[in-house]
Design a protein around this ligand. Sequence first.
Ligand SMILES: NC(=O)c1ccc[n+]([C@@H]2O[C@H](COP(=O)([O-])OP(=O)(O)OC[C@H]3O[C@@H](n4cnc5c(N)ncnc54)[C@H](O)[C@@H]3O)[C@@H](O)[C@H]2O)c1
Length: 469
Amino acid sequence: MPSAARDIPNSDNLSRTVSNSFNLSLSTSPVATFNSSSSSLGGHKGTSAKQLKPFITSDIKVLLLENVNKTGQDILARQGYQVEALKSSLSEDELVQKIRDVHVIGIRSKTKLTSKVLHAAKNLIVIGCFCIGTNQVDLKAAAQNGICVFNSPFSNSRSVAELVIAEIIALARQLGDRSNELHNGVWNKVSAGCWEVRGKTLGIIGYGHIGNQLSVLAEAMGMRVVFYDVVNLMSMGTAQQVNSLNALLAGADFVTVHVPELPETQNMIGKEQLEKMRQGSYLINASRGSVVDIPALIEASKSGKIAGAALDVYPNEPGGNGNYFNNEINSWAEDLRALKNIILTPHIGGSTEEAQSAIGVEVAEALVRYVNEGATLGAVNMPEVNLRSLTLDEPNHVRVVYIHKNVPGVLRKVNEILGDHNVDKQMTDSRGEVAYLMADISNVNTSEIKDLYQSLEDLGSRIRTRVLY
Ligand SMILES: NC(=O)c1ccc[n+]([C@@H]2O[C@H](COP(=O)([O-])OP(=O)(O)OC[C@H]3O[C@@H](n4cnc5c(N)ncnc54)[C@H](O)[C@@H]3O)[C@@H](O)[C@H]2O)c1
């Protein structure tokens, strides 16, 4: 992570004056906060990156809900932010009250950040979803309020790949059935229909983060790997890309699906595709529930076409743990449960201690980078904008972040305001109705910062202005 914050001795934070005047966009006391930046770095010289903070660090209020992993909490606390961590989620009404003076919120999948909550969040600048999905957040309302949203889409790829490896062997050896039988007191020692995986062909549909990891692990077990992807990709090891889904289905003993949920991937594996698979082959889906037509899979399993399947994801999934996997949630659930050699897991592909810890680090670092430097790399609702860090050799530099409506003529007006200074570097990009501009300008006197900020705030296109120095 490029943040220079790590280079700052902790005592630096302690030496700052705690101010209650933190403003989400600019401290009401720019002079005081200006003095706390480079001059507070204890004589660091040379070209090391400069910490950009338009505020007193300890004024930043962070609210973490749903027991966010300790790794993430620690990263935020080390910045000197005020971190309040709760184990549970909060209701909409509780959030509306609690979120008012919070600058950063971290949630997992249960907390709903609705438009109503976001409108009450007057100080909020950034949301961290310490999970994969972001549909619990009204992303559009967040962007329109200048609130950036981060998540962690790939921290659990290895965990999913390892689960799939376990399932390949478990299916080939009918481990689920043997184990269930013995749990019921039945000794059933059989070898018919049980196989080694060495020398068998694994077909991976979607060769992204998970598909890649899986490819390497499968080859290490002596499997041959083929993959199908809409993009031409460099193979791992000796894996081979095939040019059609049908070619993959016809050539694989095990088919595993790792594509995103898209209109094109809805029921991607249905009756027709199951018929194209090899007799006695296996199907694994740990991607999204909409990708496999489960009634068609039930038929293929009953007919013996499919020798086994492992499912981790379903079209409808219960909101909490309990006896919910029945026909009320998915009309075919009980037929599915009754099949032979079917491994059913409750969406646990990415659920490991390692993945949770990695998610904590990835999201917390993205939050710190955004709060301290304005970088939006990896944001899900804003364009990705970043500039190289300012250094300590650049004492009178200011970084301007201007989130604005994506309408004609804004850049001209912004540059008129910035034009009194030397614009060293600038980047701007838009995503839908919202645009994000970041500029580093030099030769800015401390006394000019507030005027600069106010001029940008006064533009009709303004969503949010931040001045970092
Ligand atoms: N079970 C779990 O707990 C769990 C955990 C993490 C991810 N996932 C899911 O796993 C899936 C894959 O995740 P990932 O991180 O590898 O994603 P990724 O974005 O890294 O890779 C997806 C790949 O699929 C390819 N693709 C897209 N559309 C395709 C199509 N129509 N046909 C063939 N290939 C196509 C893309 O080009 C890309 O290479 C996602 O659906 C994700 O939501 C599940």
